[in-house]
Write a protein that binds this ligand. Structure first.
Ligand SMILES: Nc1ncnc2c1ncn2[C@@H]1O[C@H](COP(=O)(O)OP(=O)(O)OP(=O)(O)O)[C@@H](O)[C@H]1O
Length: 262
């Protein structure tokens, strides 16, 4: 598989606090990278770097071999743990908004044929995430799982190549989570996405990912906790292609019995 993203000697520093140090990795197109690590290790900072919301203090990020533009581009979509949908808009309105902002940045409104096309595309995307019967519901009328489906539709309707997920299922009940795993897996295949997902759930990381990346500090200074930053302490390639994937039923997915530290 070809390399989509390259991170070269990436550092994230806030003043004298080092959050990420010396991170070097390539992310292949079409891979599903699960990112795990202790709280505060810099997992969300890592996602913000890829999203272009934050620039590294040192190092280079390349997308398709070109330096990453320092802003959130349409090639990257993101879904957060807490519902990022607008309460005053219906499911259809929420999903259309991204297209309206992209195509009409000043007024965020489309008219005539462009509006009808955006509406049809938004409705098709809502159908794809299982909300085909809920186009006119408002977020307050939806369950948590439905709101996360809507957030995924919002992110995907802009046709990103990379989907960034920051604990997207963390607030959901286990049964709903399993449904969301099946959904994200099928969207990943159908839309040929590259996914980078932060999760605290190790089973979820191994069930969904083709690769599991653990961010943590290699060195600790007890007198100066921010003297050293986190880097990739494990980088496990689990499978090459989506078709080699773990069983659809999460409970059947095997967890590794041991991990070797390089
Ligand atoms: N803008 C900022 N200025 C200063 N420090 C920051 C800033 N953003 C993040 N940090 C610090 O960077 C560290 C890493 O934060 P980050 O949110 O990336 O960790 P995380 O691994 O995602 O944590 P969690 O699992 O708890 O969500 C934290 O110590 C946080 O306080």
């Amino acid at each position: 598989m070809s390399t989509l993203l390259s991170l070269r000697d990436i550092w994230v520093e806030y003043g004298d606090r080092i959050i990420i140090e010396k991170l070097d990795l390539d992310i292949a197109a079409g891979s599903f990278v699960s990112v795990v690590g202790p709280s505060g290790a810099g997992k969300s900072s890592f996602l913000r770097l890829i999203l272009g919301q934050e620039a590294p203090s040192r190092g280079t990020i390349l997308l398709d071999g070109e330096p990453l533009a320092p802003e959130c581009g349409p090639d990257r979509g993101v879904v957060f743990q807490r519902y990022s949908v607008f309460p005053h808009l219906s499911a259809l309105g929420n999903t259309m908004l991204g297209m309206e902002c992209a195509q009409s940045p000043f007024s965020a409104r489309l008219f005539g044929a462009a509006r009808r096309a955006a509406r049809d595309e938004a409705a098709a995307m809502l159908q794809a995430v299982g909300l085909g019967d809920s186009l006119h519901l408002y977020p307050a009328q939806m369950s948590g799982g439905m709101q996360q489906r809507l957030a995924i539709a919002q992110a995907l309707v802009k046709r990103p190549r990379i989907l960034l997920l920051d604990e997207p299922f963390g607030a959901l009940d286990p049964g709903i989570r399993a449904d969301m795993h099946a959904l994200i897996r099928s969207l990943w295949r159908d839309y040929a996405l590259t996914i980078v997902m932060v999760t605290h759930d190790i089973r979820e990381a191994f069930t969904l990912g083709t690769r599991v990346l653990a961010l943590d500090k290699r060195r600790h200074d007890p007198h100066a906790p921010h003297r050293f930053g986190a880097t990739a302490v494990y980088d496990l390639q689990l499978r090459e292609r989506p078709e080699d994937h773990a069983p659809e039923n999460d409970a059947e997915a095997p967890l590794p019995t041991s991990i070797t530290i390089d």
